[in-house]
Write a protein that binds this ligand. Structure first.
Ligand code: GTP
Ligand code: MG
Length: 555
C-alpha cells in the first residue's frame, strides 16, 4: 500500500525486503519492493502532503471523454497524474505539477447558480465538471478505467484463496486484495489537505496530517482516516526568533489547560466543516472523550474521518508500526491475515467497546514476531539504541526516541515461512499466560502484569499505560478460544483432501465463522474455557508437563 518503487537502491546493511512468496507473479506486488531502500516515515508524509496540495477532485458526468477532460484542464498547467473512481458517480483526482495551476483553474470557474438553495461562498478544491451539450458530447465518451477504492467481499476472497498453493501465498493474496492502493492513499492525503484549508483560515501555520492505519502500512481499503491538526511547525519558527539581546513573543489567549484549548479549537473547526465544508456531513463533535475529536463523513471520497489535535504519542506509534511494516514483507502479510481473521470472528468491531482493537491486535502480532528465534523484528529498546541525535525525542517525560532511518536496522536471519508463523501465532496466544503475563514491545519479552486487566499490552511510549485496558475477560477468552480453534484447524493438514473436496483450506478455512462449518467439534474443544476450575486444572497440567496442556486443549 505504501509508495512503491520510489526508493534508492539499497546500500550494504539496508533493510532489504524479502521477496513475497507469491502465488503467481503480479498477485503479491513483489516487483520494486525488493532491493529498494524505503523512505523514512517523515519523508513519506512530507512528500504526500505536498502532493495533496497540488491536487483537486472533480465530479464528472457519467459519460465522458477522458482525453478531452485532461486537455481542458491542461490549459491551467501540467497534469502530473490522475485517476478515476466511482463513489456516487464518477470522480477524477487530478494532480497538477505546480500548486499555482489550481489557483489558475479556480479563477476560471464559476459558482453554482442554484435557484432553490443558497450556496455558502466557500471555495474549495472540489469541483463539478459538466458537459454543455450532453447529447452530442456523450457520443464522444471513452471507456474509463476506474480505480477500486474498496476491497473484494470476504466470500470472494475465500474463493481466491482456495486456488493458492500454500498458506503463505494465501496470505500474500489477502494482503494484495486488502491493502491501501497508491490511489487510495492519495485520496486520504487529499482529505487531510482539504481539512487543512479550513484550519488555515484560522491558523495559517497549521498542518493536518494523517496518522493511524492510513499511514502505518497496516491500513486496509475502507478503514477510517485518522487525522490531526498540528501546530508544531509554528513552535519551530518561534525558536528562531529568540536570538539577539531582545525577546519578543505573540500575545495569545491563555487557557487553564491544554485540553480546554484543544476542545475550543476542535469545536470551531468542527462547526466550520459542518456549516461550510463541501461534502462534509454527519459532523459530530466528541469533545469530552479522553482524546477529544471531531468525526465526520467526507462524501466525495467516501471516507469516515476522525480529526483530533496533535497527539505526539499516537504519531510515534504510527511511525513505529510503519518501521515494523517496512522491515520484512512477512510482517504486513501476517497482520492483514490476523486482522481479517479477527473481524470475521467478531473479535474486533468498528464501534468502540470491550473487544480488542486493531491497534492492540497489531501490537500483539509485533510482539509475537519479536519472540521468534531469531527474532523477525527488533525490540523498541534496540531501535532506541540505533537512534541518532535527530531522532531524540522526549514527550511528557518519556523517552520516545528510536531510529528513523530504516537502512540502519539489520535485516533478520529468520527464514520461517508464513505457513509456520500463522500457525504458531495462534498456538502462541492460544497458550499465553494472560493471567500472569503482559506484552511488552519495548523489552520484547513477557513481563509480570502490573495490574489485573485481563489483557495487558504496555503502551510502548507511556510505560505505565495499558493500550488494551478496554478488553474484558469474556472477550479475551473468546480470542483465546478462536486462536486455539484456528491452531487446531491449521495443524490438521488435510489440505490435499480439502482441495479435492473443494473445501476451503488453510487461511480460507480460518475466514469462515467456525460455528457454521463444524460447530459440534468446536464445542468439544472449547468446553470449559470460561471456567475457572478447569483453567486451574490446565495450569497445573502445564506446570507438570508443558506438552500436556497442548494435548488437553488442542485435540
Ligand atoms: P483501524 O482499525 O484500521 O482504523 O486501525 P488504526 O490503527 O487506525 O486504529 P484507530 O483508528 O482506532 O486509532 C488510530 C490511532 O490512534 C492508532 O493507530 C494509534 O496510534 C492510536 N490509538 C488508538 N487506540 C489507542 C489506544 O488505546 N492507546 C494508544 N496509546 N493509542 C491508541
Ligand atoms: Mg484508524
Amino acid at each position: 500500500g505504501q509508495p512503491r518503487g520510489q526508493g534508492r537502491p539499497s546500500s550494504s546493511g539496508a533493510a532489504v525486503q524479502r521477496a513475497p512468496e507469491a502465488a503467481s507473479p503480479g498477485e503479491a506486488g513483489e516487483d520494486a519492493e525488493v532491493n529498494t531502500r524505503k523512505k523514512t516515515f517523515a519523508e513519506v508524509q512530507t512528500e504526500r502532503l505536498e502532493q495533496a496540495e497540488r491536487t483537486v477532485l472533480i465530479k464528472c458526468p457519467p459519460k465522458l471523454n477522458e482525453k478531452k477532460l485532461l486537455q481542458y484542464l491542461s490549459s491551467h498547467g501540467n497534469i502530473k497524474s490522475h485517476f478515476f473512481f466511482e463513489n456516487w458517480g464518477i470522480h477524477a483526482l487530478i494532480e497538477f505539477s505546480e500548486k499555482n495551476s489550481i489557483a489558475s483553474l479556480q479563477d476560471a470557474i464559476g459558482v453554482p447558480s442554484a435557484a432553490e438553495y443558497h450556496v455558502v461562498p466557500f471555495k474549495s478544491r472540489l469541483f463539478n465538471f459538466m458537459l454543455k451539450n450532453p447529447v452530442s458530447q456523450a457520443a464522444e465518451e471513452t471507456l474509463l478505467h476506474l480505480s477500486p477504492q474498496s476491497h473484494i467481499p470476504v466470500k470472494e476472497l475465500i474463493e481466491k484463496l482456495c486456488h493458492a498453493d500454500s498458506i503463505s501465498s494465501q496470505m500474500y493474496i489477502l494482503l494484495n486484495e486488502y491493502q491501501l492502493t497508491d490511489e487510495n492513499i492519495k485520496l486520504r492525503y487529499l482529505v487531510c489537505s482539504l481539512v487543512q484549508d479550513f484550519a488555515r483560515a484560522y491558523f495559517p501555520d497549521s498542518t493536518v496530517k494523517p496518522f493511524g492505519s492510513s499511514v502505518n502500512t497496516f491500513g486496509k481499503l475502507g478503514c477510517d482516516v485518522d487525522m490531526f491538526l498540528d501546530f508544531r511547525d509554528t513552535q519551530k519558527h518561534a525558536a528562531k526568533m529568540k536570538k539577539g539581546p531582545f525577546d519578543m513573543e505573540y500575545q495569545m489567549k491563555r487557557l487553564p489547560s491544554e485540553r480546554l484549548a484543544t476542545q475550543k479549537i476542535l469545536s470551531v473547526i468542527g462547526d466550520c466543516l459542518d456549516n461550510f465544508g463541501p461534502g462534509c456531513v454527519s459532523v459530530q463533535k466528541i469533545l469530552n472523550a479522553r482524546c477529544p475529536l471531531v468525526k465526520f463523513s467526507h462524501q466525495p471520497t467516501g471516507f469516515q474521518c476522525d480529526l483530533s489535535v496533535s497527539n505526539s504519542i499516537a504519531i510515534k506509534s504510527s511511525e513505529l508500526l510503519y518501521i515494523y511494516g517496512c522491515l520484512d514483507s512477512r510482517v504486513r502479510a501476517l497482520v492483514f491475515s490476523v486482522r481479517c481473521w479477527a473481524r470475521v470472528h467478531g473479535l474486533t468491531n468498528s464501534t468502540p467497546g470491550t473487544w480488542i482493537t486493531n491497534f492492540s491486535l497489531t501490537m500483539m502480532v509485533m510482539f509475537f514476531l519479536q519472540q521468534r528465534s531469531p527474532p523477525i523484528i527488533p525490540t523498541l529498546d534496540q531501535l532506541k539504541e540505533l537512534a541518532d541525535q535527530k531522532d531524540k525525542l522526549v514527550i511528557g517525560g518519556y523517552d520516545c526516541s528510536f531510529v528513523s532511518d530504516l537502512s540502519k536496522i539489520k535485516c533478520t536471519n529468520n527464514t520461517e515461512t508464513l505457513d509456520v508463523l500463522l500457525g504458531d501465532f495462534f498456538e502462541y496466544y492460544g497458550n499465553f499466560d494472560f493471567r500472569r503475563n503482559s506484552i511488552n514491545l519495548r523489552k520484547g519479552k513477557e513481563v509480570n502484569k502490573p495490574e489485573s486487566s485481563p489483557l495487558y499490552i504496555w503502551n510502548p511510549f507511556e510505560q505505565d499505560l495499558n493500550i488494551s485496558k478496554n478488553v474484558n475477560q469474556p472477550q479475551l477468552e473468546k480470542f483465546v478460544a478462536m486462536a486455539r480453534e484456528s491452531a487446531w484447524i491449521l495443524r490438521k493438514e488435510e489440505k490435499a483432501q480439502q482441495m479435492v473436496n473443494k473445501q476451503p483450506w488453510g487461511l480460507a478455512a480460518l475466514l469462515i465463522p467456525f460455528g457454521k462449518s463444524n460447530s459440534n467439534k468446536m464445542k468439544n474443544r472449547m468446553k470449559g474455557i470460561g471456567s475457572e476450575t478447569i483453567r486451574n486444572l490446565l495450569d497445573s497440567l502445564k506446570l507438570n508437563n508443558p506438552n500436556n496442556l497442548q494435548k488437553a486443549v488442542g485435540k
